[in-house]
Design a protein around this ligand. Structure first.
Ligand code: 5AD
Ligand code: SF4
Length: 696
């Protein structure tokens, strides 16, 4: 039993029948069985190991805490071959939290569904199921950013445990060789007749940030059996195989021994794990937009934020592997929009050997662009906690450029950035390229310079406002969005007022607003007091929500209503119903637009039909055009055949209404991104609108 012997080697903390497999060190190499186990010296970047570990140190596990109760007895298995028994285990995966978690879940899915390596290494085939009670393993990918995110997870885990004990899985008893065919010929989960079934419990696993933050505390009260942090997903098959009953054959009989382990944990953080070689298995493969993870971790150490402790240090994936993944999504999977994803996405810096060779550091004197000589923050008012900036390799602007080069018809977005990492080169690229979306997330967090200082954000209110001015000057039609925290430690009414006035001044296109939630391990937790009472936090939160809503309405009424917007169609909208069908999509500015459709698929003009009309309009129609030519043109336009649009098409929608940050409009024509920009609607669009109204 190769599997068993290899597991015995890695088992630590075995205790009579109750065993725990635990890996919880911070290492400079990835948690994998990996090929490139290069040891890396840590750079002197102003961040020390203690930033990540000092407060993440947890008490050593007490003996009684490891006493998790009796082991589950042996378990039912899907058996494909008696000689080489391998288990078929079903997993259910639920994801909480940010887009990064959604993307990580796609990586987890890929690791578990990789039959080849799981059969050869662990003799297990995993299958995904959407039904919780159909699963052997219940995985929850978790978020730790605020307390209420964690409360939801605790609640879910308790519910899962309760459901599991009410509906335990049935298990196979000892199987003799004459039973074998019966198992193979039918559903592998059915019991051979006549033998009495026993019950077994499911494996409950916690993944992600909460697993990393709470570590073995999540084992308490039997809440979870498996704890795996964000950098240890490659280890999942091995950990699960240790928790699953072990098949053993002897004298023509197959039976199941107790699992190797009672509990398993790997919360090792890595300095170089990016899962670059894993092709994510997307939960919604039909979506027209896909997230591609480009970097992990965060070095910023904002004083309120737990992310650096749960996600570890910043590390960037090689540019080439990102471009390859994006190209395959575009060329083979029908994806039209790539969203580059990372905790601190615009501090991306690929320092791999090939990046350094291709993009060597150029000294300031000989460099024509200051940027290539090293790293620039957004403007002089921004500072960096992280000293290791600049030098050779690829930066975020190089990455955006490379992905946008895949095709002029592929849209590129990114999230989630920090305002300090918007050097002028990035803004210029966004202004120049039609396929890099005109949307910038600029998480301000507060409008007060004193709060920003306590938050350790590295900028003042003034520097931030100056940056927004630069952005709007460089990219006139840009949408700006933000995150805000209200009621941070020591926040006064005046400081809160500063946030309100900043919001009023900037008029955000979208904002995500939160009441401050103190998180263990953070700088604020160690040095400040969470002294704003809950009722004041929530009153201030209501005030900033109100300020955002009022201003987004004003902004959209002024900047959106009447415009012709290029929309990437996502499909029929959720609120669509018989008799009042609606479809929806997103504009370049990332605003959701819904538009009515009469039939199954919305009908509109084609780009070919609209082109001559718009070009006539841009050449000062109607004054210069004779009446005959004009009526011929309009006649042929009116009679041109209609086309339909489907998810993944670009279409031009005339916005006629704004409801908060959602827009409503009229579908006009199916477009290509290049065709739309060639038409130069700044010129002909406004004149065309009465025409479209008359023809519609
Ligand atoms: N309390 C409240 N909100 C927080 N965020 C991060 N940490 C906290 C916290 N402790 C918010 C920030 C961040 C967003 C993802 O979550 O606004 O940008
Ligand atoms: Fe948290 Fe600040 Fe890093 Fe964002 S930039 S993940 S808020 S530490």
């Amino acid at each position: 039993m190769r599997l068993i012997s290899s597991l015995r080697k890695i088992a630590i903390g075995r205790r009579k029948n109750n065993a725990v497999l635990a890996i919880r060190t911070l290492s400079t190499k990835s948690s994998t069985s990996n090929k490139s186990e290069k040891k890396r010296k840590l750079p002197d970047d102003g961040i020390t190991l203690s930033h990540f570990t000092q407060s993440s140190q947890h008490k050593s596990v007490k003996k009684e805490e490891l006493d998790f109760g009796p082991l589950p007895t042996s378990a039912p298995l899907g058996l494909e071959s008696f000689e080489h028994p391998h288990r078929v285990l079903k997993f259910h995966l639920k994801t909480y939290g940010c887009q990064m978690n959604v993307s990580d879940s796609d990586i987890v899915r890929s690791i578990l569904l990789d039959e080849e390596s799981n059969i050869s290494d662990h003799q297990i085939t995993f299958q995904e199921t959407q039904e919780e009670m159909d699963a052997d393993i219940l995985l929850t990918n978790t978020c730790a950013i605020r307390e209420n995110a964690e409360s939801k997870v605790w609640h879910r885990l308790q519910e899962l445990r309760a459901h599991d004990s009410k509906n335990p899985l049935e298990q196979l008893p000892i199987v003799s060789s004459q039973d074998e065919n019966e198992i193979n010929d039918h559903d592998s989960r059915r019991l051979p007749k006549k033998k009495k079934a026993k019950k077994r419990k499911r494996i409950i696993g916690v993944l992600g940030c909460m697993a990393e933050r709470l570590k073995e505390d999540m084992f308490k009260d039997g809440t979870a059996d498996l704890i795996v942090g964000p950098d240890a997903y490659r280890d999942l098959p091995r950990l699960i195989s240790a928790l699953a009953p072990q098949p053993v054959t002897s004298s023509g009989q197959l039976h199941f021994e107790n699992p190797m382990m009672e509990r398993a944990l790997n919360v090792e953080l890595s300095f170089d794990e990016t899962y670059a070689d894993i092709t994510p298995v997307r939960s919604n493969p039909g979506d027209v937009s896909a997230f591609v993870s480009v970097m992990r971790g965060c070095n910023n150490m904002c004083s309120y934020c737990v992310v650096p402790f749960t996600r570890g240090r910043e590390r960037s994936r090689e540019l080439e592997s990102i471009v390859n993944e994006a190209r395959v999504l575009y060329e083979e999977n029908g994806v039209k929009e790539i969203c580059l994803l990372g905790q601190n996405v615009n501090s991306y810096h690929d320092r791999s050997e090939s990046a350094i060779l291709t993009n060597p550091q150029v000294s300031e004197e000989v460099s024509s662009t200051k940027y290539k000589a090293g790293y620039n923050t957004s403007n002089d008012g921004f500072s960096n906690m992280f000293r290791l900036r600049g030098g050779a390799g690829y930066y975020f602007v190089d990455l955006v450029e490379a992905v946008s080069n895949i095709s002029p018809e592929l849209r590129v977005r990114f999230t989630s950035p920090h305002p300090k990492d918007y050097p002028p080169e990035l803004l210029s690229l966004m202004a120049e390229r039609n396929n890099v979306c005109n949307h910038l997330h600029m998480p301000a967090q507060s409008g007060s310079s004193t709060v920003l200082e306590r938050m350790r954000r590295g900028y003042t209110r003034e520097a931030y406002m100056e940056l927004i001015d630069d952005v709007r000057r460089t990219i006139p039609d840009v949408a700006i969005t933000s995150d805000f925290i209200t009621g941070f430690c020591g926040e006064t009414e005046e400081e809160h007022e500063d946030t309100l006035t900043l919001m009023e001044h900037i008029q955000y296109d979208q904002a995500f607003m939160f009441a401050y939630s103190m998180r263990g391990k953070t700088h604020a937790n160690r040095t400040m007091e969470d002294d704003v009472p809950e009722e004041i936090k929530s009153r201030r939160l209501q005030e900033i929500i109100h300020m955002f809503r009022t201003n987004v309405q004003l902004r959209n009424d002024e900047h959106e209503v009447g415009k012709l917007r290029l929309v990437l169609v996502e499909g029929e909208s959720r609120k669509s119903k018989e008799g009042a069908r609606t479809w929806g999509g997103r504009t370049d500015q990332n605003k959701r637009v819904v538009f009515p459709s009469k039939g199954q698929a919305p009908e509109c003009w084609s780009e070919e039909a609209i082109r001559p009309v718009l070009s006539a309009l841009s050449q000062s129609y109607p004054s210069n055009m004779n009446v005959m030519a004009r009526s011929d043109m309009l006649h042929s336009f009116a009679n041109s055949p209609r086309v339909t649009v489907e998810a993944g098409d670009y279409a031009v929608v005339q916005v006629d209404q704004a409801r908060g940050h959602t827009l409503k409009g009229k579908l006009l024509w199916r477009a290509s991104m290049q065709g739309f920009h060639e038409l130069d609607l700044e010129q002909s669009g406004p004149d065309a609108i009465p025409l479209f109204n008359a023809m519609a």
